[in-house]
Write a protein that binds this ligand. Structure first.
Ligand SMILES: [Mg+2]
Length: 226
């Protein structure tokens, strides 16, 4: 018998290799608009994208503002402009078509699936998450995919964890294990709602975090907790 049979996963950089998908999608989109791909592009893009997502999480900007600011800064960097709506749409389409999983994810979920009920909560965008999920080889394992843009709440808000438990008909959050790479959104969010937590320390960094119950550095280490 497994110790945990109710599992929630984050999507990006927990199940899916978002860093690689982002890099491929960005380069393909620039080429589509016949824009140059300068040296240092990916580093620049992450440098602008991460703070914008933090502002979105803090609700100081909207998703539309995020898309616009991101595109405008990128156009300045590459030295060529396009219509930002068209650019953004193309980029998200490319991103949606990159269902690349992180190592050991597929085999681990295959093992867990007969014993566990599983859900996903993601703060990503609908256009990307739905398409990518539908194309992925792991979708049949999950009963529900909760997307922040669709439900109007996002991690770390306790409501999104509560909403997911309701959908899954789980009455006791203390029996649920949340697995994710984002310490604030995934781990602190779930812990505040009374869930058990497993931090996926994907980048294998040293840290002094203390609020998680478990830590894994490779996805299949999850099996050892069960
Ligand atoms: Mg993540």
């Amino acid at each position: 018998m497994y110790k945990y049979t109710k599992l929630i996963f984050d999507a990006d950089n927990t199940l899916f290799d978002f860093d690689r998908a982002e890099e491929h999608a960005l380069i393909k989109t620039l080429k589509h608009f016949e824009m140059p791909v300068p040296e240092g592009l990916v580093e620049f893009y992450r440098g602008i994208n991460v703070p914008l997502w933090q502002q979105l999480d803090a609700k100081t900007i909207t998703i539309q503002e995020l898309k616009q600011k991101r595109a405008e800064q990128l156009f300045t960097f590459v030295g060529k402009r396009a219509d930002f709506h068209a650019f953004s749409h193309q980029y998200l389409n490319e991103l949606a078509n990159q269902p690349v999983l992180l190592p050991t994810v597929e085999a681990t979920l295959d093992q867990l699936s007969p014993h566990c009920e599983m859900a996903i909560i993601t703060n990503g965008l609908s256009q990307v998450q739905n398409t990518r999920f539908a194309q992925s080889s792991i979708q049949h394992h999950f009963k529900t995919l909760v997307i922040s843009e669709e439900v109007g709440m996002s991690k770390p808000d306790p409501e999104i964890f509560a909403h997911t438990c309701e959908l899954m008909q789980w009455s006791n959050p203390g029996e649920v294990l949340m697995v994710g790479d984002n310490y604030h959104a995934d781990i602190q969010g779930a812990a505040n709602f009374g869930m058990r937590t497993c931090w996926f320390n994907l980048r294998q960094v040293d840290h002094a975090f203390k609020e998680h119950h478990y830590e894994i550095r490779v996805f299949d280490e999850l099996l050892g907790l069960m």
